[in-house]
Ligand binder design. Structure first.
Ligand SMILES: [Zn+2]
Length: 75
């Protein structure tokens, strides 16, 4: 069955073109993430994809700030 999923940036919603250099984030052990260059072979259901440096770094900084914040702190 042909893959008909359109790759969209998880942050800004841009659609990936064939020649774009995109990035992938996959969950890693210990609550971290692994950053890969986009590779369709590695795409999984928990993979997030980003269209470029600014979207990727915005997401990484989000992950870092969330994991630094103690879960029990009330606002
Ligand atoms: Zn983007």
């Amino acid at each position: 069955m042909a893959r008909e999923i359109i790759d969209k940036c998880n942050r800004c919603g841009s659609v990936r073109g064939a020649t774009n250099h995109w990035w992938m984030l996959t969950p890693a052990a210990g609550g971290g993430v692994t950053i890969h260059q986009f590779d369709e072979e590695v795409l999984g259901t928990s993979t997030e994809i980003y269209c470029g440096e600014s979207c990727l770094l915005a997401r990484v900084s989000e992950i870092i700030s969330v994991s630094r914040r103690p879960a029990s702190v009330a606002a």
